[in-house]
Write a protein that binds this ligand. Structure first.
Ligand SMILES: *Cc1c(COP(=O)(O)O)cnc(C)c1O
Length: 366
């Protein structure tokens, strides 16, 4: 069936006959880790030029068989999303602003010359996955079902042009708290050798290629005993942009919070957008303005900067304790998570898990 009603399709649902037995799953769910414990099913929809989206299904999670000339393997026409379904105390599940993921997926698709997945179809696929694999949501603090919608060029050809065939899939994995042993401040490495995104490039799109290109910088960070990389702008190597997968906020001692503006080289995080709102709800003034690495060091040293927060779906809100670069290191505040980081993390998690009221309508029951 091709899409007719606002992108909605009928999904053919076939339960896996190889699903993990309950006892084994419950055992594995005691320590799910992050990104390794996959659920029993996957959602998949095909796109063919001229025909549109068709053949929507939920089936057993299984390997894909691809022709060696499949376009994505050569020219990386691929995008993805990352979102979480949270378990509620009554056994139900909830998503957090899922329509934002659907819309960002459409923007990423346009940047990579791919067809857009209709918002309705995206949400259908995600909801089906939460529904069928609900038992995989770990029943623990910080536990969630991490959903990974993604799309790639599945046409077999070696010419350089947008493909005529695509696959849109949603897979899921059970995840525990991102940082084991509670939230501690991270140490980050400012790379001088690598850029993440250049003007006119793909920095605002959630595409696999951005991540591939960030791996040597991440390896450099690990070699420097750091947890993450912070990327500076590609042109002047002066302005602080973001981490490999998290946006940044700078909490100052004058009731203002600075976050770098979305000028095309920064990924528009949904956690970033939510955090701006929650900080404003708290009476803080949030300004989107460029912030230089030099200013960051000076403000940390003068005490004008109280906290630096990194945020994203995976780790929610994390404090940055120490920043290292080739010129040396500096510490922010005490080097430990500060009150704003702790308060904002709790506020977000409480909304996501239905424990706090939801003034902005972000909480979506599945
Ligand atoms: C996904 C991502 C983020 C965080 O986005 P959220 O919607 O908050 O999860 C930040 N930066 C990059 C580069 C990302 O890929």
């Amino acid at each position: 069936m091709t899409d007719s009603q606002g992108g909605e399709l009928h999904f053919n649902i076939e339960r896996s006959v190889n699903a993990m037995p309950d006892a084994e799953r419950n055992e594995r769910l005691k320590d799910p880790g992050f990104g390794t414990l996959f659920t029993d099913h996957m959602a998949m929809v095909r796109y063919t030029e001229g025909k549109g989206w068709h053949d929507a299904q939920v089936c057993e999670r299984k390997p894909l068989s691809l022709d060696p000339a499949t376009a994505v393997l050569h020219y990386a026409q691929e995008i993805f999303e990352g979102m979480k379904a949270y378990g509620l105390s009554n056994g139900e599940a909830a998503l957090f602003r899922p329509e934002q993921n659907a819309r960002r997926f459409q923007k990423s698709a346009r940047r990579m010359a791919m067809p857009e997945v209709p918002e309705r179809l995206f949400l259908q696929a995600v909801n089906h996955m939460v529904d069928i694999d609900r038992a995989w949501i770990p029943n623990m603090d910080g536990g969630a079902l991490y959903l990974r919608p993604f799309m790639f060029a599945s046409e077999a050809f070696l010419g350089v042009r947008p493909a005529k065939e695509y696959l849109f899939l949603v897979i899921a994995c059970s995840v525990g708290a991102y940082f084991k042993g509670g939230a501690k401040a991270v140490t980050i490495w400012a790379s001088e050798n690598y850029s993440r995104a250049a003007p006119g490039g793909t920095g605002a799109a959630k595409c696999g290629g951005n991540y591939a290109a960030s791996l040597p910088a991440q390896a450099e960070a690990i070699a420097q005993d750091c947890d993450q990389v912070v990327f500076l702008d590609a042109t002047e190597k002066k302005w602080v942009e973001e981490l490999g997968g998290m946006n940044l906020f700078f909490v100052m001692n004058d009731n203002t919070v600075i976050t770098p503006p979305l000028t095309g080289t920064i990924l528009p995080g949904i956690t970033r957008d939510s955090l701006m709102q929650l900080l404003r709800d708290d009476g803080l003034e949030v300004v989107e303005q460029p912030y230089s690495f030099e200013q960051w060091r000076n403000d940390a040293q003068s005490g004008k900067l109280l906290e630096t927060l990194a945020c994203g779906t995976a780790a929610v809100v994390t404090a940055v304790g120490t920043v290292k670069s080739a010129d040396g290191a500096f510490t922010i505040g005490s080097g430990e998570p500060g009150p704003v980081a702790n308060r904002m993390r709790n506020r977000l998690v409480d909304i996501q898990t239905g424990k706090a009221n939801d003034p902005h309508g972000w909480f979506v029951r599945v």
